[in-house]
Design a protein around this ligand. Structure first.
Ligand code: SAM
Length: 285
């Protein structure tokens, strides 16, 4: 009874919130955050795609410049936490230019170079909504000699239409989920495509509670990163969006709750660099 009442009141409050929002914007459409701006729900993805179209060519260079190379340490830690083993099937969603997948493959190669080189198995699927990002990744995979190990697929994390359920052992999403419009849809799709026993792993910018660090970090993010974006990639607005989108993403605990609500068990997270970045993990049972 209590459950029914709670659900009922939550539903009513959602209806009221939506009506107030519709009244205040003069439309019937739902809204989504695009950085600090509100945009129509159905328009957000196109705006995100425009950002990554603009930054694709300079994306890897900018990652190094903006994070002083720290993104490499975060990504390496992420891969170590996955503990890849031969035979595992990985899907790296919002995989962009392939950085996570290349590190994953390098880890496996170092584990057993002979087996890795002789095996003809496809080891990983990289999926991203943006073909320009994937094209940069494909070129990189050729330079790294990984072209035969990866399937590249254009797809939306919120609706992985090309993927069957119960397919993958590991699902990764790194610095990607905060760009998606509906986090719940992404998590439900992750749950669907993972095998029972499979693991969801997310690397994402998060919240730092250390007041001194936060002050420096905020100054750096808002005063320096858009300027660097302009100087290095010729694009201020895309990098302004990137720093704003980080601030709009749920806290570590809020995101962990959402992961649990979508069916995952043994949900946990670990902070890196004072919580500026967090690794979330959950299992499908
Ligand atoms: C910041 S990049 C991260 C790329 C890569 N994972 C990395 O760590 O370097 C974010 C990526 O998310 C992708 N993306 C945004 N919305 C998406 C969606 N709905 N479905 C799939 N990919 C999406 C973008 O195209 C972009 O390549």
């Amino acid at each position: 009874m209590l459950k029914i009442s709670k659900a009922f009141f939550r539903q009513q409050s959602n209806v009221i919130n939506l009506s107030i929002r519709a009244l205040s914007t003069g439309t019937n459409s739902q809204e989504a955050d695009f950085g600090f701006k509100k945009v129509k729900y159905e328009e957000k993805q196109a705006k995100v795609n425009e950002v990554f179209n603009n930054v694709a060519e300079k994306y890897d260079l900018m990652n190094d410049a903006m994070s002083f190379g720290l993104h490499r340490l975060w990504k390496n830690q992420f891969i170590q936490d996955i503990e890849p083993t031969p035979g595992m099937r990985l899907i790296d969603v919002a995989g962009g230019t392939g950085d996570i997948t290349f590190r994953y493959l390098n880890y496996l190669k170092n584990l057993n170079p002979g087996h890795f080189d002789n095996s003809r198995d496809i080891v990983a699927t990289v999926c991203d909504i943006n073909e320009n990002m994937l094209n940069v990744g494909k070129d990189r995979s050729i330079n790294l000699g990984f072209q035969d190990k990866i399937n590249w697929k254009v797809g939306n994390a919120e609706n992985l239409i090309l993927e069957k359920e119960n397919t993958y052992d590991v699902y990764t999403i790194a610095f990607g989920i905060r760009n998606c419009t509906n986090l719940e849809n992404v998590l439900k799709e992750a749950y669907r495509v993972l095998k029972p026993g499979g693991r969801f792993m997310c690397l994402e910018f998060s919240r730092t509670e250390n007041p001194v660090f936060k002050r420096v970090y905020d100054f750096y993010s808002f005063q320096m990163i858009p300027v660097m974006g302009y100087l290095i990639a010729g694009d201020w607005n895309s990098y302004q969006y990137l720093v704003e989108s980080i601030r709009m993403f749920p806290s570590q605990d809020e995101f962990a709750s959402l992961i649990s609500d979508c069916g995952f068990r043994l949900v946990s997270y670990k902070n890196l660099t004072n919580g500026a970045v967090a690794i979330h993990s959950g299992f499908k049972f």
